[in-house]
Ligand binder design. Structure first.
Ligand code: NAD
Length: 362
């Protein structure tokens, strides 16, 4: 039977509480399916700064390179807020993305039927929402050169960022998006601002060219301002969305509210040999250490890991079904609590999901 090496980087705050719960669920998958997971833990973020002075020590990077996939928690917290730029916890995650060439960020946003009322949007709008935002992660405005601030002769200042994409960068993320859409409902919306930006005109041209290799996927183009409105007005019209870095940053956060809570949202970052899976949420310093964080985002991230890195889609489906069953039975963590439901802590919620998962295999 196969052995898969998984790098485990819990990071800081509730990352250290939810990641062990995701491992518990993967433990059930191992027991029931016969595969072996080798979990090896590494330091990242504030925890790594405290231990080594570096937010991504060489040992952690080596561990990631030599693993089949990475399960990541979250990094950061008030303790390190005043640290110099290069020694801030988030530098660890940014460097990891860069080193591993993780150029495609996948964020599903699904409104679970029993959580419809947890969303600030009307039931009639969010019900049955099930979409995936794919954001280009390593190019565009956030990385383009030139960038910087210069002082002008008259004492004023001028600042520059550059939005830049090569056709290769667009093509590779487009291919990931078409492949993902193919495994979903075969509809892809490419989002750009081609009425104003030349970068977007190239984006549209390249995505259209790639679409010729995916005749079974229906492609539409949409302007980003229109997409921002449609996401909260008619989210069910979307299946898979692909867009550049900055637009994706904003649209994926907007899509997050459709799911009701940050504690429900998993993500995957794909690209090079090793992909990284992490809950969308941060370290939640306001609830860290209290044992009340929702472990579902981390557990669903583990399901994405099985689906995208280990070709274990049936097991990923089972984890998602187990989460649904526990929610259907009325169990909730504090962030998704509703009247008439039973309140659970982090460990209890994961225990119930693990138990349901075991039952789904038998
Ligand atoms: P956050 O996601 O940590 O928290 C936002 C709110 O959502 C808080 O009220 C928190 O209690 C709640 N929340 C988040 N996850 C939850 C869960 N699983 N269960 C229940 N409630 C949950 O965002 P923030 O407060 O803006 O950031 C806190 C720290 O996390 C900062 O240092 C930030 O830089 C860092 N951060 C890290 C990442 C990452 O590592 N990828 C992402 C976002 C923020």
């Amino acid at each position: 039977m196969a052995t898969h090496k998984i790098a485990v980087l819990p990071g800081d705050g509730i990352g250290q509480e939810v990641v062990p719960e995701a491992l518990k669920v993967l433990g059930v998958v191992a027991k029931e399916s016969g595969v072996t997971f080798e979990f090896e833990e590494g330091l990242v973020g504030g925890a790594a700064i405290d231990a080594t002075g570096d937010p991504l020590p060489d040992a952690s990077l080596e561990l990631c390179y030599s693993s089949d996939a990475i399960l990541f928690g979250a990094v950061g917290g008030p303790r390190w807020d005043d640290a110099p730029h290069e020694r801030r916890p988030e530098r660890g995650l940014l460097r990891l993305r860069k080193e591993l060439d993780l150029f495609a960020n996948l964020r599903p946003a699904r409104c679970f039927p029993m959580l419809v009322d947890a969303s600030p949007l009307k039931r009639s709008v969010v019900e049955a929402t099930d979409l995936m935002v794919i954001r280009e992660l390593t190019g565009g405005l956030y990385f383009g050169e030139p960038r910087g601030v210069e002082k002008m002769a008259d004492g004023s200042a001028r600042a520059v960022n550059t939005m830049v994409y090569t056709s290769r960068e667009i093509e590779r993320v487009a291919r990931v998006a078409f492949d993902v859409a193919r495994k979903r409902r075969r509809r892809l919306t490419s989002v750009d601002k081609s009425n104003v930006l030349v970068v977007s005109q190239l984006w549209r041209e390249v995505v259209t060219a790639v679409s010729r290799d995916y005749a079974d996927v229906q492609l539409e183009h949409m302007l980003v301002d229109n997409c921002a409105m449609a996401l909260v007005a008619r989210p069910t019209q979307f299946d898979t969305i692909v867009t550049e870095n900055t637009f994706g940053d904003i649209l994926s956060d907007e899509a997050a509210i459709l799911a009701g809570s940050m504690g429900m949202l998993p993500s995957a970052s794909l690209g090079g040999k090793t992909a990284l899976y992490e809950p969308v949420h941060g370290t939640a310093p306001d609830i860290a250490g209290k044992g009340i964080a929702n472990p579902i985002a981390a557990i669903l991230s583990a399901a994405m890991l099985l689906r995208h890195s280990l070709s274990m889609a049936p097991d990923a489906d089972k984890i998602e079904a187990a989460v649904l069953r526990v929610l259907e039975k009325g169990y909730r963590t504090a962030d998704i609590r509703q009247e008439g439901t039973t309140l659970l802590g982090t460990v209890q919620m994961a225990d119930l999901i693990a138990r349901e998962l075991g039952a789904l295999y038998s």
